[in-house]
Design a protein around this ligand. Structure first.
Ligand SMILES: *[C@@H]1O[C@H](CO)[C@@H](O)[C@H](O)[C@H]1NC(C)=O
Ligand SMILES: *[C@@H]1O[C@H](CO)[C@@H](O)[C@H](O)[C@H]1NC(C)=O
Length: 467
């Protein structure tokens, strides 16, 4: 994956002064779809375009998504799901058919540039690690067969937990039991095919588990004292850089220091459970804003200063059907209604794409965010897709213990009409949300509610807002 075209523009935090860059990396976004309330793929493609996002990573090869992405100018990484890995490893006629039906059929209209074979396979509870390299090899052979091997790369995203050691970065090493069976053969394949190792790296996890030892500013790309690696004397200003260099060091330690790397997932949740230290909208805004600026303006990492960073943010949307802790449902840059989750102007609103064809510094145009009469105002509404029982329970909580002002939804009062559970719950949730100063986590109700940036419309009812 060569360096490319600048897709994402950010505003300077302090002013409208354009910044310059030399060798810039690229930013893409993961378009995860574990949700029942996302916009149709065609609308999502419009959203991506309007934000100047021209790289996207999918977790499958969904037909409607790949069709919507046709002729969009957006480059796409598709994935072969873990559940299909064993079949892909067993039989090249399977991968021939898979490549035919899920890749070839859509190219060249849809610009598929890589296949992620599985995702974090080493930590999948249904462990298919021993099939991974065979599956990648078969996919690669099928691409060769269809003449797609020049345009479509093959790799597999690994979690940072593939490392036995990541601190200090220079001491990075892979888990010993993974090295011979899978790491070395995989890196060998990547080297032979000029492909990148795909790495999912979340400084958030390291911070949340070691908040007493890791300064938050170091995790969030803010000014901080930095950290000197006592192994090689290199200085680190961010945990992200330290994590990536730990992977480079681990690759070098097994003889593959020349293989390049793409960060296929990174992000920071805008909300989390009480024990998820650091989760929150302000931190998510700082992390993602800082990262985008870092990638577009900076060089590579201290170990590989000349290699531009290639990063896919996780994720495009909050995904309401993800299981696990609250953070899992709150990694999105956007709510399902396409409102931004936090205010930091991460992306330009009317993107101008600045091609980077050489290494000369160029000046990025900086756009003002679009203004509307509701800028900065948000409301909380019920998620009509949750069950009646859940909604009723949440409504009862909001009006009871929660202390929401539910008088307007009583019979005869101004917001009794329309008389629907969703409308009444929305009123109550919004009242609770505004009362709590729109704090992080105050518009969730176990997934029964979400934030919107347009005034809710339920009959003639006026929903209060805080400002
Ligand atoms: C992938 O695996 C799932 C689950 O076993 C199966 O339903 C699906 O048909 C498989 N896809 C292909 C292309 O084989
Ligand atoms: C999966 O299998 C590999 C070896 O094939 C092993 O090293 C690894 O620890 C296993 N992971 C899990 C989650 O069981």
């Amino acid at each position: 994956m060569a360096v490319l075209v600048l897709s994402v523009l950010i505003l300077s935090c302090f002013s409208a002064i354009p910044f310059t860059y030399a060798d810039s990396g690229m930013i893409g976004v993961n378009y995860g779809r574990i949700a029942d309330n996302l916009p149709a793929p065609e609308k999502v493609v419009e959203l991506l375009k309007s934000q100047g996002i021209n790289r996207v990573k999918l977790f499958d090869t969904d037909k409607t998504v790949l069709t919507a992405l046709a002729n969009s100018g957006i480059k796409v990484v598709v994935s072969l799901p873990n559940e299909n890995l064993t079949a892909a490893a067993a039989d090249q006629s399977y991968t021939d058919n898979w490549v035919q039906e899920n890749v070839k059929k859509y190219t060249p209209a849809t610009d598929i540039e890589a296949i992620a074979v599985g995702n974090e396979v080493f930590v999948d509870p249904k462990n298919t690690t021993k099939y991974l390299v065979a599956a990648m090899t078969n996919i690669r052979s099928s691409l060769v067969k269809f003449g797609l091997d020049e345009s479509v790369k093959v790799s597999s995203p690994i979690a940072l937990s593939a490392l036995a050691n990541s601190y200090p970065p220079s001491a990075g090493s892979f888990k010993p039991d993974l090295i011979e069976p899978v790491i070395k053969p995989m890196l060998d394949l990547l080297r032979k095919t000029s492909s990148h190792l795909m790495v999912n790296a979340y400084p958030f996890f390291a911070y949340a588990a070691n908040a007493d030892k890791i300064p938050l500013d170091y995790a969030l790309f803010k000014e901080n004292a930095g950290n000197v690696d006592n192994g090689n004397g290199l200085r680190y200003d961010s945990l992200f850089d330290a994590q990536i260099d730990a992977v480079f060091a681990a690759m070098a330690a097994v003889g593959f220091g020349d293989v390049k790397l793409t960060v296929t997932e990174t992000g920071w949740p805008s909300a989390g459970d009480e024990n998820e230290i650091g989760a929150g909208a302000a931190n998510a805004a700082a992390y993602n804003g800082g990262l985008v600026k870092r990638v577009l303006t900076g060089n590579g990492t201290p170990l590989k200063p000349k290699d531009p960073l290639n990063v896919y943010l996780f994720a495009l949307f909050n995904e309401n059907l993800k299981t696990g802790p609250t953070s899992e449902r709150n990694y999105g840059l956007f709510y399902p209604n396409e409102a931004k989750v936090y205010d930091v102007p991460l992306f330009s609103t009317s993107a101008t794409v600045a091609p980077v064809s050489d290494s000369k510094a160029k000046v990025l145009p900086v756009n003002k965010p679009s203004s509307s009469s509701h800028v900065g105002q948000t409301w909380c509404v019920a998620n009509g897709k949750t069950t009646k029982e859940k909604l009723q329970e949440a409504l009862d909580y909001a009006c009871g213990e929660g202390g929401a002002d539910c008088r307007p939804i009583q019979k005869g009062a101004a917001c009794y009409d329309p008389e629907s559970l969703e409308a009444h719950a929305s009123y109550a949730f919004n009242s609770y949300y505004q009362k709590n100063a729109r704090g992080v986590g105050t518009c969730d109700f176990g997934g029964s509610a979400y934030v919107v940036s347009q005034p809710p419309k339920y009959g003639k009812c006026e929903f209060p807002t805080g400002h």
